[in-house]
Design a protein around this ligand. Structure first.
Ligand code: ADP
Ligand code: MG
Length: 234
């Protein structure tokens, strides 16, 4: 199993800083090495840097906290969506720092993550946990109440093949939503299969991953965007 050197570097950086999780931008970098469709992003340490990044990425953008002490960013007031201009970036940059300082006073701030704002659409989740005996599981479901309340999810052990991925998508009870009912957009199922297969490859090649949460993944009629990626290490 030959793995890209860039992959080990991502894990090593986290371990050397004493973190048991990857920052969102690190997790997205890892995902993008495997060809997974993540939002474009830049980490900025300064307000001016954040403005530059936003202009490069194109408005609207999303700003998020990057801190080793903040795993759940929204809980700390660390996520601002739909920022439409430079002034908004400047205000948002400072607002996030203020929110996080109030909620997590000892938080060390690594920077602010500036990213592409993905248009809203049907939300799905791709996840994984690691079983000590069987290794990585891979989970698929629709986002929000479908997974949290209805537990409508499909599981397999990794690695999976194309037919497994297709079955996982079709076996959830909420499958019809992906087919486009009641004015919902029809989801690009080929892209979902591709995401499941690439996730499976990533899990198999990265034993360092203890838990994975691509949540939400916004699915369009064509393509999809992973807007948050959380990876917990061994
Ligand atoms: P948390 O660490 O709290 O899970 P997220 O990165 O998931 O933070 O952001 C919270 C929510 O904001 C997401 O569940 C999603 O609904 C929305 N969101 C986050 N990033 C984006 C984005 N780039 N485009 C669109 N919506 C986003
Ligand atoms: Mg999230």
């Amino acid at each position: 199993m030959m793995r890209d050197k860039a992959i080990s570097k991502i894990f090593e950086a986290a371990v050397s800083e004493g973190r048991n999780f990857l920052f969102e931008h690190e997790a997205k970098e890892l995902c993008s090495i495997y060809g997974l469709p993540v939002t474009s992003f830049t980490v900025s340490e300064t307000e001016n840097g954040a403005v530059e990044a936003a202009v490069d990425i194109g408005f609207p953008v999303v700003l998020k906290i990057v801190s080793a002490q903040v795993l759940h960013k929204s809980d700390a007031g660390g996520v601002l969506l739909n920022i439409t201009d430079e002034d908004g970036v400047r205000q948002g940059f400072n607002k996030i720092l203020e929110n996080v300082k109030a909620k997590v006073p000892d938080a060390e701030i690594t920077g602010i993550l500036v990213q592409e704002m993905a248009p809203s659409s049907t939300e799905v989740i791709v996840g994984s946990t690691k079983d000590p005996t069987f290794g990585h599981t891979i989970m698929f479901g629709l986002g929000g109440i479908f997974v949290e309340v209805l537990k409508d999810v499909a599981f397999r052990l990794a690695p999976i093949g194309r037919s497994d991925a297709e079955e996982m998508i079709r076996e959830i009870k909420s499958y019809k939503i992906l087919e486009g009912v009641r004015g919902m957009p029809k989801a690009d199922q080929e892209t979902l299969v591709d995401i499941l297969l690439k996730t499976s490859k990533m899990l198999t090649e990265c034993p360092e991953i203890n838990e994975l949460d691509l949540n939400p993944v916004l699915v369009y009629e064509e393509g999809a965007k992973i807007v948050d990626a959380r990876i917990i290490l061994e």
